[in-house]
Design a protein around this ligand. Structure first.
Ligand code: ADP
Ligand code: MN
Ligand code: MN
Ligand code: MN
Length: 361
């Protein structure tokens, strides 16, 4: 492949890979087009159409669906001047597709800009063989032949699998321009985590979706599949989540702990409403939030300082300083961060419409 990647391209030919979330709400699709110059911003990249009936986003008799560029990244596969263009999906009638939660999130981020919302997202995921079974797991079951006693932050072929993919992914995300923060091997064999953050507003969720794209696309080169399923290896094994760490200017300012407590109360009042939207597979997230493996039960809201068995965890240092952030541990690995970040803003700070206006500052 290197031989072809070294071929010089004409100066007026730029390859742009358009990337979008399909109707499943978790799988990503891409298609390439040749542009005559590099779009460095979403505004500079043209809209494009695709067949939404093949992605669960339209019916066959009304299939023209629109890709609207939302964020542009450097392309780590082809290098500069080529780009990856993250898009959101609009229907033929100009309305946001039901799978498109970016608009919901972006409107809230814009409306609450003065509060400078920060997000830190911890994506856990599992590597699978293309037969759908855990990478390196003994075929035909075989547990406990896989021993993950030492897998968390572990080393050694017996405890972790797929490290080359982690290295390739880290470098690709940094090259692309994602606010990529770190990685670690997780408790379950072939399960890993990466973090995006701490990032202001919509960029956190944009970068997370692009980092998910890069993960799946890089793993493809290794013949490995990636799943974000909340309980990929069944009830006996650990689950997979995406903790959302969240703060606002008020929370980060002196005395902010009081506002964190107020927000936790609001989250409690909306618990089941949120649980319906914190995974594309509610049953899967129910299986994950079993009260075991460092989780709180699905149905029951709880919070606590330094408590990894609660829905919301507040770090000890935050309590001690009286300001900082909180961690929502409920979202599943396959949640849509646009939806979760949007719901956190909507619940803690209020809806984007204002509903009665805001006082002058
Ligand atoms: P743990 O696994 O113990 O929950 P991690 O280090 O994986 O911890 O994740 C902690 C997350 O908290 C990081 O993603 C980081 O960006 C985020 N974070 C730290 N401070 C803030 C803050 N003030 N506001 C929002 N997120 C924050
Ligand atoms: Mn973590
Ligand atoms: Mn983790
Ligand atoms: Mn966490």
């Amino acid at each position: 492949m290197d031989r072809y990647l070294r071929l010089p391209m004409p100066c007026n030919k730029v390859l742009a890979t358009y990337v979008w979330i399909d109707g499943s709400g978790i799988h990503l699709r891409n298609k390439d087009r040749i542009l005559s110059c590099t779009p460095y911003t979403a505004e500079a990249a043209p809209n494009w159409a695709f067949d939404g009936s093949s992605t669960g986003q339209a019916s066959t008799d009304n299939s023209d669906t629109i890709l609207k560029p939302a964020a542009v990244f450097r392309d780590p596969f082809r290098l500069e001047p080529h780009v990856l263009v993250l898009c959101d999906v609009y229907r033929g009638d100009g309305k946001a597709d039901p799978s498109n939660h970016r608009k919901f999130c972006n409107d809230l981020c814009e409306f609450h800009k003065a509060e400078e919302p920060w997000f830190g997202l911890e994506q856990e995921y599992t590597m699978l063989d293309i037969d759908g079974w855990g990478l390196g797991w003994p075929k035909g079951g075989g547990f406990p032949a896989v021993n993950y006693e030492f897998s968390y932050c572990g080393i050694g072929a017996k405890y972790v699998a797929g490290r080359d993919i982690i290295e390739a992914h880290t470098r690709s995300c940094l090259y692309a321009g994602c606010d990529f923060e770190g990685t670690n091997a997780e408790v379950m064999y072939a399960c890993w985590e990466f973090q995006i953050g701490t990032t202001v507003g919509i960029k956190a969720a944009d970068d997370m979706w692009m980092a998910r794209y890069l993960m799946t696309r890089i793993a493809e080169d290794y013949g490995v599949d990636i799943t974000y399923h909340p309980k990929p290896m069944g009830p006996k094994h650990p689950g997979v989540g995406m903790h959302h760490n969240f703060s606002t200017k008020t929370m980060r300012s002196d005395g902010g702990y009081k506002f964190i407590e107020e927000c936790v109360k609001k989250l409690e009042a909306n618990h089941m409403k949120h649980m319906k939207r914190y995974s594309v597979d509610e049953q899967g997230n129910r299986m994950r939030l079993s009260g075991k493996f460092e989780t709180a039960p699905f149905e029951k809201f709880s919070w606590g300082v330094a408590n990894r068995k609660s829905s919301i965890r507040i770090q000890r240092s935050v309590k001690a300083k009286g300001k900082g952030f909180f961690e929502d541990r409920r979202p599943a690995g396959d949640c849509d961060p646009y939806l979760v970040c949007g719901l956190l803003l909507d619940t803690c700070l209020g809806p984007a419409s204002g509903g009665g206006g805001r006082a002058c500052k």
